[in-house]
Design a protein around this ligand. Structure first.
Ligand SMILES: [Zn+2]
Length: 203
């Protein structure tokens, strides 16, 4: 079991989802530098593009990275909110674009070529700098935005949930962060509502 949500379908959305509701409280999964490092290591297992973070370790300035990562995350959440307001226009708040571009400037991840078992392959290697992590999150967002994915960006339909995801379902019908967390709860509530109505109690 992971302590985090991995339901966004994209690295940058899973970063946004490191803030979630727990027992009715808005909770920050990146509570300290160590937690952020743990989250970053978990991204390696969840997102192929984060491979270069495999050996990532926070330097002495972990607190600085934490603050920068939180700032970027806030900008990405803002991007979700603005894009969702008018999905077809694919509008993103200017400050979010600025934050992503700022993170992309500090490129520390480099491409290398190597001979693997299956032949030649490209591999991304991090510089070991803290900015590698921010760069990867920003690139994930940039990739989504430039590939027309903003039209499929959705918040979970549970009004008490703050998670976001890219709807990759064939018919664009995904509504919930997950059936377990929110979908079933909704089904149960709707069922009780119907029962109440059919029994003529409550209104
Ligand atoms: Zn949800």
């Amino acid at each position: 079991m992971s302590a985090y949500y991995w339901i966004g379908e994209r690295l940058w959305l899973d970063a946004v989802n490191s803030e979630f509701m727990s027992d009715g409280q808005r909770t920050d999964g990146w509570r300290d530098p160590a937690a952020l490092q743990e989250w970053l290591h978990e991204t390696v297992k969840r997102h192929e593009e984060a491979e270069s973070l495999r050996d990532f370790s926070l330097g002495n300035d972990g607190e600085v990275l934490l603050q920068e990562a939180k700032k970027l995350r806030a900008a990405l959440r803002r991007a979700c909110e603005t894009a969702h307001r008018e999905p077809t226009s694919q509008t993103v708040a200017p400050e979010a674009v600025e934050a992503v571009n700022a993170a992309l400037k500090h490129r520390g991840v480099a491409l290398q070529v190597e001979r693997g078992e299956g032949g030649w392959q490209e591999r991304e290697v991090g510089s070991g700098e803290n900015s590698d992590a921010l760069w990867l999150l920003a690139r994930s967002a940039a990739h989504s935005w430039t590939h027309g994915e903003l039209v499929r960006l959705k918040p979970c339909s549970n009004p008490n949930c703050i998670l976001w995801f890219l709807d990759t379902s064939k018919n664009g019908t995904r509504r919930w962060c997950s059936m377990d967390a929110c979908g079933n709860r909704h089904k149960v509530a709707a069922h009780h509502q119907r029962r109440k109505q059919s029994q003529g109690v409550g209104s």
